[in-house]
Design a protein around this ligand. Structure first.
Ligand code: UN1
Length: 486
Protein backbone atom coordinates (compact mmCIF):
# COMPACT_ATOMS: atom_id res chain seq x y z
CA UNK A 1 0.00 0.00 0.00
CA UNK A 2 1.29 3.43 -0.86
CA UNK A 3 1.81 5.78 2.06
CA UNK A 4 0.13 9.17 1.79
CA UNK A 5 2.63 12.01 1.97
CA UNK A 6 1.44 15.12 3.74
CA UNK A 7 3.18 18.36 2.88
CA UNK A 8 3.85 21.74 4.38
CA UNK A 9 1.76 24.66 3.17
CA UNK A 10 3.88 27.75 2.54
CA UNK A 11 2.92 30.84 0.56
CA UNK A 12 -0.23 29.15 -0.73
CA UNK A 13 1.53 26.02 -2.04
CA UNK A 14 1.79 22.48 -0.70
CA UNK A 15 5.51 21.74 -0.59
CA UNK A 16 7.99 19.21 0.77
CA UNK A 17 10.61 20.19 3.32
CA UNK A 18 13.75 21.67 1.75
CA UNK A 19 15.80 18.73 3.01
CA UNK A 20 13.27 16.24 1.60
CA UNK A 21 13.08 14.58 5.03
CA UNK A 22 9.81 13.25 6.35
CA UNK A 23 8.63 11.07 9.25
CA UNK A 24 5.83 8.55 9.81
CA UNK A 25 2.61 9.47 11.61
CA UNK A 26 1.31 6.59 13.72
CA UNK A 27 -1.99 5.41 15.09
CA UNK A 28 -1.58 4.96 18.87
CA UNK A 29 -4.10 2.10 18.83
CA UNK A 30 -2.11 0.17 16.20
CA UNK A 31 1.52 1.00 16.60
CA UNK A 32 2.49 -0.63 13.30
CA UNK A 33 -0.05 1.29 11.25
CA UNK A 34 1.35 4.31 9.48
CA UNK A 35 -1.28 6.91 8.64
CA UNK A 36 1.04 8.76 6.31
CA UNK A 37 4.27 10.69 6.37
CA UNK A 38 4.66 14.34 7.28
CA UNK A 39 7.48 16.75 6.51
CA UNK A 40 10.40 16.88 8.91
CA UNK A 41 10.89 20.62 8.61
CA UNK A 42 13.96 22.47 9.78
CA UNK A 43 15.06 26.08 10.17
CA UNK A 44 15.13 26.69 6.41
CA UNK A 45 11.45 25.73 6.11
CA UNK A 46 10.56 27.78 9.18
CA UNK A 47 12.22 30.86 7.68
CA UNK A 48 10.43 30.35 4.36
CA UNK A 49 7.10 30.11 6.13
CA UNK A 50 7.77 33.21 8.23
CA UNK A 51 8.85 35.18 5.15
CA UNK A 52 5.71 34.11 3.26
CA UNK A 53 3.56 35.19 6.17
CA UNK A 54 5.41 38.50 6.25
CA UNK A 55 4.84 39.05 2.54
CA UNK A 56 1.13 38.41 2.87
CA UNK A 57 0.75 40.66 5.89
CA UNK A 58 -0.05 44.12 4.57
CA UNK A 59 -2.80 42.97 2.19
CA UNK A 60 -4.44 40.82 4.83
CA UNK A 61 -4.14 43.51 7.49
CA UNK A 62 -5.80 45.99 5.12
CA UNK A 63 -8.66 43.63 4.25
CA UNK A 64 -11.69 44.88 6.20
CA UNK A 65 -12.30 42.69 9.25
CA UNK A 66 -15.87 41.75 8.19
CA UNK A 67 -14.40 40.41 4.92
CA UNK A 68 -11.83 38.41 6.85
CA UNK A 69 -14.77 37.14 8.87
CA UNK A 70 -16.55 35.96 5.73
CA UNK A 71 -13.64 33.65 4.91
CA UNK A 72 -13.56 32.28 8.46
CA UNK A 73 -17.32 31.74 8.30
CA UNK A 74 -16.85 29.82 5.05
CA UNK A 75 -14.27 27.64 6.83
CA UNK A 76 -16.88 27.03 9.54
CA UNK A 77 -19.39 25.87 6.91
CA UNK A 78 -16.84 23.58 5.29
CA UNK A 79 -15.96 22.10 8.66
CA UNK A 80 -19.62 21.41 9.36
CA UNK A 81 -19.79 19.45 6.11
CA UNK A 82 -16.66 17.43 6.96
CA UNK A 83 -17.39 16.81 10.60
CA UNK A 84 -17.20 13.04 10.60
CA UNK A 85 -14.15 12.88 8.33
CA UNK A 86 -12.22 15.31 10.55
CA UNK A 87 -13.30 13.50 13.73
CA UNK A 88 -12.06 10.21 12.31
CA UNK A 89 -8.64 11.73 11.64
CA UNK A 90 -8.47 12.98 15.24
CA UNK A 91 -9.20 9.50 16.58
CA UNK A 92 -6.74 7.86 14.22
CA UNK A 93 -3.81 10.10 15.02
CA UNK A 94 -4.50 11.00 18.65
CA UNK A 95 -6.36 7.95 19.95
CA UNK A 96 -9.39 9.54 21.68
CA UNK A 97 -12.83 7.98 21.23
CA UNK A 98 -14.87 9.03 18.23
CA UNK A 99 -17.45 10.70 20.44
CA UNK A 100 -14.72 12.78 22.09
CA UNK A 101 -13.33 13.57 18.65
CA UNK A 102 -16.77 14.69 17.43
CA UNK A 103 -16.99 16.89 20.51
CA UNK A 104 -13.66 18.39 19.53
CA UNK A 105 -14.86 19.11 16.00
CA UNK A 106 -18.01 20.73 17.37
CA UNK A 107 -15.94 22.93 19.56
CA UNK A 108 -13.76 23.92 16.61
CA UNK A 109 -16.89 24.82 14.66
CA UNK A 110 -18.07 27.02 17.52
CA UNK A 111 -14.71 28.75 17.55
CA UNK A 112 -14.74 29.50 13.83
CA UNK A 113 -18.30 30.73 13.97
CA UNK A 114 -17.55 32.98 16.93
CA UNK A 115 -14.30 34.38 15.47
CA UNK A 116 -16.01 35.12 12.15
CA UNK A 117 -18.55 37.28 14.02
CA UNK A 118 -15.76 39.18 15.78
CA UNK A 119 -15.01 40.69 12.37
CA UNK A 120 -18.06 42.87 12.94
CA UNK A 121 -17.23 43.72 16.56
CA UNK A 122 -13.60 43.93 17.66
CA UNK A 123 -14.59 46.90 19.70
CA UNK A 124 -12.40 49.74 20.81
CA UNK A 125 -13.35 52.44 23.32
CA UNK A 126 -14.47 56.02 22.90
CA UNK A 127 -14.23 58.25 25.94
CA UNK A 128 -14.61 61.91 26.82
CA UNK A 129 -11.41 63.87 26.52
CA UNK A 130 -10.00 66.35 29.06
CA UNK A 131 -9.81 68.87 26.23
CA UNK A 132 -12.60 70.65 24.36
CA UNK A 133 -13.36 69.66 20.76
CA UNK A 134 -11.33 66.52 21.10
CA UNK A 135 -12.24 62.97 20.22
CA UNK A 136 -10.46 60.24 22.14
CA UNK A 137 -10.79 56.62 21.08
CA UNK A 138 -8.93 53.37 20.66
CA UNK A 139 -8.64 51.16 17.63
CA UNK A 140 -6.92 47.85 16.94
CA UNK A 141 -4.12 46.75 14.68
CA UNK A 142 -2.76 43.28 14.05
CA UNK A 143 0.54 42.30 15.68
CA UNK A 144 1.99 41.10 12.39
CA UNK A 145 3.31 37.60 11.79
CA UNK A 146 2.40 35.27 14.65
CA UNK A 147 3.66 31.77 15.41
CA UNK A 148 1.24 29.20 16.71
CA UNK A 149 2.61 26.09 18.39
CA UNK A 150 0.13 23.46 19.53
CA UNK A 151 0.04 20.12 21.40
CA UNK A 152 -1.19 16.69 20.33
CA UNK A 153 -4.13 16.25 22.69
CA UNK A 154 -6.57 18.57 20.90
CA UNK A 155 -5.06 18.55 17.42
CA UNK A 156 -7.98 20.42 15.82
CA UNK A 157 -9.58 22.53 18.55
CA UNK A 158 -6.48 24.18 20.01
CA UNK A 159 -5.14 25.23 16.58
CA UNK A 160 -8.63 26.51 15.72
CA UNK A 161 -8.88 28.63 18.84
CA UNK A 162 -5.53 30.22 18.21
CA UNK A 163 -5.63 30.56 14.41
CA UNK A 164 -9.17 31.91 14.03
CA UNK A 165 -8.72 34.90 16.38
CA UNK A 166 -5.24 35.55 14.97
CA UNK A 167 -6.69 35.74 11.46
CA UNK A 168 -9.72 37.82 12.29
CA UNK A 169 -7.44 40.42 13.86
CA UNK A 170 -5.49 40.65 10.59
CA UNK A 171 -2.35 38.75 11.54
CA UNK A 172 -0.67 36.24 9.28
CA UNK A 173 0.24 32.90 10.77
CA UNK A 174 2.94 30.26 10.85
CA UNK A 175 1.47 27.19 12.48
CA UNK A 176 3.44 24.26 13.85
CA UNK A 177 1.23 21.39 15.02
CA UNK A 178 2.47 18.74 17.43
CA UNK A 179 4.87 16.30 15.80
CA UNK A 180 2.72 13.25 16.51
CA UNK A 181 -0.61 14.74 15.33
CA UNK A 182 0.00 16.87 12.24
CA UNK A 183 -2.90 15.54 10.16
CA UNK A 184 -5.73 17.41 11.88
CA UNK A 185 -3.67 20.60 11.58
CA UNK A 186 -3.21 19.93 7.87
CA UNK A 187 -6.96 19.32 7.59
CA UNK A 188 -7.63 22.68 9.21
CA UNK A 189 -5.24 24.52 6.91
CA UNK A 190 -6.80 22.88 3.81
CA UNK A 191 -10.16 24.06 5.03
CA UNK A 192 -8.95 27.65 5.13
CA UNK A 193 -7.34 27.25 1.73
CA UNK A 194 -10.64 26.08 0.28
CA UNK A 195 -12.47 28.87 2.08
CA UNK A 196 -10.43 31.35 0.07
CA UNK A 197 -7.74 32.55 2.45
CA UNK A 198 -5.11 34.39 0.34
CA UNK A 199 -1.70 32.70 -0.13
CA UNK A 200 0.79 33.21 2.69
CA UNK A 201 -1.81 34.25 5.28
CA UNK A 202 -1.76 30.83 6.95
CA UNK A 203 1.24 28.53 6.66
CA UNK A 204 1.85 25.15 8.26
CA UNK A 205 5.16 23.45 8.83
CA UNK A 206 5.37 20.06 10.51
CA UNK A 207 8.20 18.43 12.41
CA UNK A 208 9.82 18.39 15.83
CA UNK A 209 9.77 21.52 17.94
CA UNK A 210 13.40 20.91 18.88
CA UNK A 211 14.35 21.75 15.27
CA UNK A 212 12.06 24.70 14.55
CA UNK A 213 10.48 25.92 17.78
CA UNK A 214 13.18 28.45 18.67
CA UNK A 215 13.16 30.01 15.18
CA UNK A 216 9.39 30.41 15.39
CA UNK A 217 9.88 32.51 18.52
CA UNK A 218 13.09 34.42 17.84
CA UNK A 219 12.87 35.27 14.13
CA UNK A 220 12.74 39.08 13.93
CA UNK A 221 9.69 39.05 11.65
CA UNK A 222 7.65 37.18 14.28
CA UNK A 223 5.77 39.58 16.57
CA UNK A 224 3.63 37.25 18.61
CA UNK A 225 3.68 33.65 19.81
CA UNK A 226 0.84 31.53 21.08
CA UNK A 227 1.88 28.24 22.63
CA UNK A 228 0.08 25.39 24.36
CA UNK A 229 2.08 22.56 25.89
CA UNK A 230 4.24 21.68 28.86
CA UNK A 231 5.24 24.19 31.52
CA UNK A 232 8.93 23.45 30.85
CA UNK A 233 8.73 24.30 27.15
CA UNK A 234 6.32 27.18 27.74
CA UNK A 235 8.52 28.94 30.25
CA UNK A 236 11.54 28.50 27.98
CA UNK A 237 9.71 29.97 24.96
CA UNK A 238 8.22 32.73 27.10
CA UNK A 239 11.61 33.90 28.32
CA UNK A 240 13.08 33.77 24.81
CA UNK A 241 10.19 35.87 23.51
CA UNK A 242 10.29 38.26 26.47
CA UNK A 243 13.98 38.98 25.91
CA UNK A 244 13.00 40.28 22.48
CA UNK A 245 9.95 42.10 23.90
CA UNK A 246 7.50 39.99 21.92
CA UNK A 247 3.95 39.27 22.89
CA UNK A 248 3.79 35.66 24.08
CA UNK A 249 0.93 33.65 25.55
CA UNK A 250 1.51 30.17 26.99
CA UNK A 251 -1.13 27.71 28.11
CA UNK A 252 0.59 25.04 30.15
CA UNK A 253 0.04 22.31 32.68
CA UNK A 254 -2.69 21.65 35.20
CA UNK A 255 -3.22 19.61 38.35
CA UNK A 256 -6.92 20.27 38.65
CA UNK A 257 -8.90 19.27 41.70
CA UNK A 258 -12.52 18.42 42.32
CA UNK A 259 -13.66 19.08 45.89
CA UNK A 260 -16.66 17.05 47.03
CA UNK A 261 -18.27 18.31 50.22
CA UNK A 262 -20.53 16.09 52.29
CA UNK A 263 -23.71 17.88 51.18
CA UNK A 264 -22.99 17.35 47.48
CA UNK A 265 -25.19 15.70 44.87
CA UNK A 266 -23.11 12.52 44.95
CA UNK A 267 -24.28 10.98 41.67
CA UNK A 268 -23.54 14.18 39.82
CA UNK A 269 -20.12 14.48 41.43
CA UNK A 270 -19.24 10.85 40.62
CA UNK A 271 -20.07 11.27 36.94
CA UNK A 272 -18.01 14.45 36.77
CA UNK A 273 -14.99 12.87 38.43
CA UNK A 274 -15.01 9.80 36.19
CA UNK A 275 -15.42 11.90 33.08
CA UNK A 276 -12.86 14.45 34.22
CA UNK A 277 -10.22 11.99 35.34
CA UNK A 278 -10.49 9.32 32.68
CA UNK A 279 -12.21 10.88 29.65
CA UNK A 280 -9.78 11.50 26.77
CA UNK A 281 -7.50 9.08 28.70
CA UNK A 282 -6.79 11.92 31.13
CA UNK A 283 -4.70 13.64 28.48
CA UNK A 284 -6.20 17.03 28.89
CA UNK A 285 -4.80 20.05 30.66
CA UNK A 286 -8.19 20.51 32.33
CA UNK A 287 -8.44 16.84 33.38
CA UNK A 288 -9.35 16.07 36.99
CA UNK A 289 -6.18 14.72 38.52
CA UNK A 290 -6.97 15.30 42.20
CA UNK A 291 -10.08 14.46 44.17
CA UNK A 292 -10.57 16.06 47.59
CA UNK A 293 -13.38 14.54 49.64
CA UNK A 294 -14.82 15.40 53.02
CA UNK A 295 -14.24 12.73 55.63
CA UNK A 296 -17.92 11.93 56.25
CA UNK A 297 -18.54 10.68 52.71
CA UNK A 298 -15.02 9.54 51.78
CA UNK A 299 -15.31 5.75 52.00
CA UNK A 300 -18.66 5.53 50.23
CA UNK A 301 -17.58 7.92 47.52
CA UNK A 302 -14.39 6.02 46.76
CA UNK A 303 -16.14 2.68 46.54
CA UNK A 304 -18.86 4.09 44.24
CA UNK A 305 -16.11 5.71 42.17
CA UNK A 306 -14.33 2.40 41.71
CA UNK A 307 -17.60 0.72 40.68
CA UNK A 308 -18.26 3.39 38.08
CA UNK A 309 -14.68 3.30 36.78
CA UNK A 310 -14.89 -0.48 36.28
CA UNK A 311 -17.70 0.07 33.78
CA UNK A 312 -15.62 2.19 31.41
CA UNK A 313 -15.09 0.56 28.04
CA UNK A 314 -11.53 0.83 26.83
CA UNK A 315 -10.43 0.15 23.27
CA UNK A 316 -9.90 1.50 19.79
CA UNK A 317 -11.63 4.85 19.59
CA UNK A 318 -13.35 4.19 16.29
CA UNK A 319 -15.22 1.17 17.67
CA UNK A 320 -18.76 1.88 18.84
CA UNK A 321 -19.35 2.44 22.55
CA UNK A 322 -15.71 3.03 23.50
CA UNK A 323 -15.21 5.48 26.38
CA UNK A 324 -11.43 5.57 26.54
CA UNK A 325 -8.79 5.11 23.87
CA UNK A 326 -5.09 4.42 24.29
CA UNK A 327 -2.44 6.82 25.53
CA UNK A 328 -1.43 8.95 22.59
CA UNK A 329 2.09 7.57 22.17
CA UNK A 330 4.51 5.09 23.63
CA UNK A 331 6.36 7.93 25.31
CA UNK A 332 3.14 9.07 26.95
CA UNK A 333 2.30 5.53 28.09
CA UNK A 334 5.75 5.22 29.65
CA UNK A 335 5.36 8.52 31.47
CA UNK A 336 2.01 7.40 32.91
CA UNK A 337 3.40 4.02 34.01
CA UNK A 338 6.43 5.73 35.54
CA UNK A 339 4.18 7.92 37.68
CA UNK A 340 2.10 4.94 38.75
CA UNK A 341 5.28 3.20 39.97
CA UNK A 342 6.37 6.38 41.69
CA UNK A 343 3.00 6.62 43.47
CA UNK A 344 3.46 3.11 44.85
CA UNK A 345 7.03 3.81 45.93
CA UNK A 346 5.96 7.05 47.63
CA UNK A 347 3.48 5.10 49.72
CA UNK A 348 0.09 5.93 48.21
CA UNK A 349 -2.44 3.07 48.06
CA UNK A 350 -3.24 1.79 44.59
CA UNK A 351 -7.00 1.44 44.94
CA UNK A 352 -7.80 0.61 41.33
CA UNK A 353 -6.01 -0.07 38.01
CA UNK A 354 -2.34 0.69 37.68
CA UNK A 355 -1.39 -1.57 34.77
CA UNK A 356 -0.76 -1.45 31.10
CA UNK A 357 -3.56 -3.34 29.36
CA UNK A 358 -2.28 -6.22 27.29
CA UNK A 359 -3.59 -9.21 25.39
CA UNK A 360 -5.31 -9.56 22.02
CA UNK A 361 -5.79 -6.22 20.24
CA UNK A 362 -4.50 -4.24 23.24
CA UNK A 363 -0.92 -5.33 22.50
CA UNK A 364 -1.06 -3.26 19.34
CA UNK A 365 -1.69 -0.01 21.18
CA UNK A 366 -0.65 2.00 24.22
CA UNK A 367 -3.47 1.16 26.62
CA UNK A 368 -3.38 1.78 30.34
CA UNK A 369 -6.00 1.12 33.02
CA UNK A 370 -7.80 4.03 34.62
CA UNK A 371 -5.98 4.30 37.93
CA UNK A 372 -7.03 5.52 41.37
CA UNK A 373 -4.64 6.24 44.24
CA UNK A 374 -5.91 6.79 47.77
CA UNK A 375 -4.01 7.81 50.94
CA UNK A 376 -2.22 10.42 48.89
CA UNK A 377 -0.12 12.99 50.75
CA UNK A 378 0.10 16.53 49.42
CA UNK A 379 3.88 16.43 48.99
CA UNK A 380 4.02 13.28 46.84
CA UNK A 381 5.06 13.68 43.19
CA UNK A 382 1.77 12.13 42.03
CA UNK A 383 -0.01 14.88 43.98
CA UNK A 384 2.12 17.68 42.59
CA UNK A 385 3.20 16.91 39.03
CA UNK A 386 1.13 16.76 35.88
CA UNK A 387 0.87 13.10 34.83
CA UNK A 388 -1.25 13.72 31.72
CA UNK A 389 -2.90 10.35 31.89
CA UNK A 390 -5.84 8.54 33.52
CA UNK A 391 -4.47 8.68 37.05
CA UNK A 392 -6.54 10.14 39.89
CA UNK A 393 -5.10 10.97 43.31
CA UNK A 394 -7.54 11.11 46.23
CA UNK A 395 -7.34 13.08 49.47
CA UNK A 396 -9.47 12.80 52.59
CA UNK A 397 -10.05 16.14 54.37
CA UNK A 398 -11.74 17.08 57.62
CA UNK A 399 -13.51 20.20 56.35
CA UNK A 400 -13.92 22.90 53.72
CA UNK A 401 -10.89 24.90 54.89
CA UNK A 402 -8.56 21.92 54.54
CA UNK A 403 -10.04 21.19 51.10
CA UNK A 404 -9.18 24.70 49.89
CA UNK A 405 -5.70 24.50 51.31
CA UNK A 406 -4.95 21.20 49.52
CA UNK A 407 -6.56 22.49 46.35
CA UNK A 408 -4.19 25.48 46.31
CA UNK A 409 -1.11 23.58 47.35
CA UNK A 410 0.26 22.99 43.83
CA UNK A 411 2.31 25.02 41.40
CA UNK A 412 -0.52 24.92 38.84
CA UNK A 413 -3.75 26.91 38.70
CA UNK A 414 -5.70 26.03 35.58
CA UNK A 415 -9.13 24.75 36.50
CA UNK A 416 -10.97 23.53 39.57
CA UNK A 417 -14.39 22.36 40.67
CA UNK A 418 -16.50 22.04 43.81
CA UNK A 419 -19.60 19.95 44.49
CA UNK A 420 -21.79 21.38 47.22
CA UNK A 421 -25.30 22.72 47.77
CA UNK A 422 -24.04 25.32 50.21
CA UNK A 423 -24.06 28.64 48.39
CA UNK A 424 -21.94 30.36 50.96
CA UNK A 425 -19.19 27.72 50.69
CA UNK A 426 -19.44 27.77 46.89
CA UNK A 427 -18.77 31.50 46.76
CA UNK A 428 -16.13 31.36 49.43
CA UNK A 429 -14.46 28.77 47.17
CA UNK A 430 -14.68 31.18 44.21
CA UNK A 431 -12.93 33.83 46.30
CA UNK A 432 -10.16 31.60 47.57
CA UNK A 433 -9.19 29.08 44.93
CA UNK A 434 -6.15 29.84 42.82
CA UNK A 435 -7.20 28.83 39.32
CA UNK A 436 -8.23 30.55 36.11
CA UNK A 437 -11.41 28.54 35.56
CA UNK A 438 -13.77 27.48 38.32
CA UNK A 439 -16.75 25.16 38.10
CA UNK A 440 -19.48 24.80 40.67
CA UNK A 441 -21.29 21.47 40.45
CA UNK A 442 -19.70 20.82 37.05
CA UNK A 443 -16.57 18.95 35.86
CA UNK A 444 -13.14 20.59 35.63
CA UNK A 445 -13.19 20.15 31.87
CA UNK A 446 -13.50 22.40 28.95
CA UNK A 447 -14.98 25.81 28.48
CA UNK A 448 -17.15 27.80 26.13
CA UNK A 449 -15.50 29.51 23.20
CA UNK A 450 -16.74 33.02 23.93
CA UNK A 451 -15.27 33.05 27.45
CA UNK A 452 -11.61 33.35 28.45
CA UNK A 453 -9.69 30.09 28.76
CA UNK A 454 -6.54 29.80 30.81
CA UNK A 455 -4.90 29.57 34.16
CA UNK A 456 -2.84 31.23 36.83
CA UNK A 457 0.51 30.29 38.44
CA UNK A 458 2.48 27.75 36.35
CA UNK A 459 -0.57 27.02 34.19
CA UNK A 460 -0.57 30.11 32.09
CA UNK A 461 1.18 33.32 31.25
CA UNK A 462 0.25 36.12 28.88
CA UNK A 463 -3.26 37.14 27.92
CA UNK A 464 -5.90 34.39 28.21
CA UNK A 465 -7.11 32.52 25.14
CA UNK A 466 -10.57 32.59 23.55
CA UNK A 467 -13.40 35.05 23.81
CA UNK A 468 -12.54 38.74 23.64
CA UNK A 469 -9.28 38.04 25.50
CA UNK A 470 -8.03 36.32 22.35
CA UNK A 471 -8.79 39.49 20.40
CA UNK A 472 -6.83 41.43 23.02
CA UNK A 473 -3.87 39.11 22.62
CA UNK A 474 -3.82 39.09 18.82
CA UNK A 475 -4.21 42.85 18.40
CA UNK A 476 -2.34 45.94 19.42
CA UNK A 477 -4.39 48.80 20.82
CA UNK A 478 -3.78 52.24 19.34
CA UNK A 479 -5.01 55.26 21.32
CA UNK A 480 -6.05 58.20 19.14
CA UNK A 481 -6.61 61.83 20.13
CA UNK A 482 -8.21 64.09 17.50
CA UNK A 483 -8.43 67.83 17.97
CA UNK A 484 -11.20 68.89 15.61
CA UNK A 485 -11.44 72.50 16.79
CA UNK A 486 -9.80 74.03 13.76
C1 UN1 B 1 -10.45 21.04 27.32
O1 UN1 B 1 -10.13 20.50 28.34
O2 UN1 B 1 -11.60 20.99 26.94
O3 UN1 B 1 -3.99 21.34 26.27
C2 UN1 B 1 -9.50 21.76 26.45
C3 UN1 B 1 -5.09 21.28 26.83
C4 UN1 B 1 -5.90 22.54 26.96
C5 UN1 B 1 -7.18 22.45 26.25
C6 UN1 B 1 -8.16 21.67 27.03
N1 UN1 B 1 -5.15 23.70 26.50
O4 UN1 B 1 -5.52 20.21 27.21
Amino acid sequence: MQTTQFQNFIGGRWVSSESGNSYPVNNPAFKNVILGTAQRSDIVDAKRAIESAHQALSRWAETPAPQRGTIIYRAFELLRARKSEFAKTITEEEGKSLSDALGEVNRSMNILEYAAGEGRRMFGQTTPSELPNTLAYTTRRPLGVVSIITPWNFPLAIPSWKIAPALICGNTVVFKPATSTPLSGINLVSLFEEAGLPPGVLNIITGPGSAIGDTLVTHPMVKGVSFTGSTDTGSRLYSMGARQLKKVQCEMGGKNAVIVLSDADIEKALTAVVEGAFGSTGQRCTATSRLIIEDAIYDNFISALIDMTKKLRIGYGLLPGIDIGPASSEEQLEQILRYIELGKVEGATLAYGGNRITGAEFDQGFYVEPTIFTDVEANMSIAQEEIFGPVLTCFKVKDFAEAISICNNVQFGLSSSIYTRDLSKAFSYVNQVEAGMLHINAPTLGGEVHLPFGGTKASGVGTREQGTEAINFFSEITTVYVDYAG
